[in-house]
Design a protein around this ligand. Structure first.
Ligand code: NAD
Length: 291
C-alpha cells in the first residue's frame, strides 16, 4: 500500500496533519479549493517551522519538501490514505469524500477529521463506504498525541488496521471509538466550553478568571476560552449545534457564543474571539473583557 498521505483542506487542522505525516517521512499532498490557497497553507507551515527553529526546537524545515500543495483532488491519485479537514458540514464532507473516491483506488483509506459528525452518514453513498473512517486529530496536531479512530457501521476491519498503522507511524496514540455523536472528547470538551460561556453570561466570573480557575484548580493545560479561541468559535458552534440536534438540550449553544460568531469574532484565526490578538498572534493583555 502507498504510504503517500493526502490532506484535503489546508486550514488549521489540515496544515497540522500534513506537517506530522511529513515529519514522519511520508510524502504528503496538501489540497485546498485552489492552488494559491494550498500554497498559502504550505507557507503557513513554513512560518511555523521557522518560528520553532528560531526558538531552537521543531522538526526542522526539511519536511517541507515532502509536502506538495495542490488545487485539485486528482492530485490524490496513488495516495494510501486521504484525510479530509474541510469545514464541519456533513454535505460538504460527504461531497468531498465522494470526489476523492472517484480518483483513488479501492484500497485507499478515506478519512474524515470531523469533530462530531457521524462517520456512517459521511460514508453513506460514497463508492466503497467500507474504506471510510473517522480520524479525529487534535489541535495543535504536532503537540497533541491522540487520534480518535471512529468506526462507522460500514467501516471494514482492514480499513481500521491500515488507518491505525499509518497514525501510529506518525507517533499518534490511537483510541478506537464507536460512531456516536461527539465521540468521547468532543462530547466532554464542548460541554465544558459551553458551561464557561454560561458562567461568563451569568457574571459568575470574567473570562480570564474562568480560564485561570480551570488551569490552576482543575489542572487543565489551557483555559476553556483560550482553547475556544484556538479551535475557532465557528467550528465549536457547528459541533455544539450538531450535538444539540442529536443529544438534546444540554448541548444548546450559549447565546453569547452565537453572537460572537455572528460578529465575525472567530478566535485566533480572525485576530479576535473571546480575547484579542496582535499581528504576531500574541494575546493583548486585558482583552478578555466580555461580560
Ligand atoms: N480547529 C480545531 O481545533 C479542530 C480540532 C479537531 C477537529 N477539527 C475539525 O477539522 C475540520 C477542519 O477544521 P479547521 O479548524 O481546520 O477549519 P479551517 O476553517 O481552519 O480550514 C478549513 C479549510 O478547508 C478548506 N476548504 C473549504 N472548502 C473546501 C473544498 N471544497 N475543497 C477543499 N478545501 C476546502 C478551506 O479553504 C480551509 O483552508 C472540521 O471538521 C473541524 O470540526 C477542528
Amino acid at each position: 500500500m502507498s504510504s503517500t498521505v493526502g490532506v484535503l483542506g489546508a486550514g488549521i487542522m489540515g496544515r497540522g496533519i500534513a506537517q506530522v505525516f511529513a515529519a514522519a517521512g511520508h510524502a504528503v499532498v496538501l489540497c485546498d479549493v485552489d492552488q494559491a490557497t494550498a500554497e498559502r497553507g504550505h507557507a503557513t507551515i513554513r512560518a511555523g517551522l521557522e518560528r520553532a527553529a528560531r526558538k531552537g526546537g521543531g522538526p526542522g524545515l526539511d519536511l517541507l519538501e515532502r509536502i506538495e500543495p495542490a488545487g485539485e483532488v486528482s492530485a490524490f491519485t496513488g495516495a494510501g490514505l486521504v484525510i479530509e479537514a474541510v469545514p464541519e458540514d456533513l454535505d460538504l464532507k460527504h461531497r468531498m469524500l465522494t470526489d476523492v473516491a472517484a480518483v483513488t483506488g479501492r484500497d485507499t483509506v478515506l478519512a474524515s477529521n470531523t469533530s462530531a459528525l457521524p462517520i456512517t452518514a459521511i460514508a453513506a453513498g460514497v463508492p466503497g463506504p467500507e474504506r471510510v473512517i473517522g480520524l479525529h486529530f487534535f489541535n495543535p496536531v504536532h503537540r497533541m498525541d491522540l487520534v480518535e479512530m471512529v468506526c462507522g457501521l460500514q467501516t471494514a476491519p482492514a480499513t481500521e488496521t491500515l488507518a491505525r498503522e499509518l497514525c501510529e507511524s506518525a507517533g499518534k496514540v490511537v483510541v478506537r471509538v464507536s460512531d456516536r455523536p461527539g465521540f468521547v472528547t468532543s462530547r466532554v470538551n464542548v460541554l465544558i466550553g459551553n458551561e464557561a460561556f454560561h458562567m461568563l453570561s451569568e457574571g459568575v466570573a470574567g473570562a480570564e478568571e474562568i480560564d485561570t480557575a480551570l488551569k490552576h484548580g482543575l489542572n487543565h493545560p489551557m483555559g476553556p476560552f483560550e482553547l475556544i479561541d484556538l479551535v475557532g468559535l465557528d467550528t465549536r458552534l457547528s459541533v455544539l449545534r450538531g450535538l444539540h440536534e442529536s443529544l438534546g438540550d444540554r448541548f444548546r449553544p450559549d447565546p453569547l457564543l452565537v453572537s460572537l460568531v455572528q460578529a465575525g469574532r472567530l478566535g485566533r484565526k480572525t485576530g479576535h474571539g473571546v480575547y484579542r490578538y496582535d499581528e504576531n498572534g500574541k494575546r493583548v493583555p486585558g482583552s478578555g473583557d466580555l461580560r
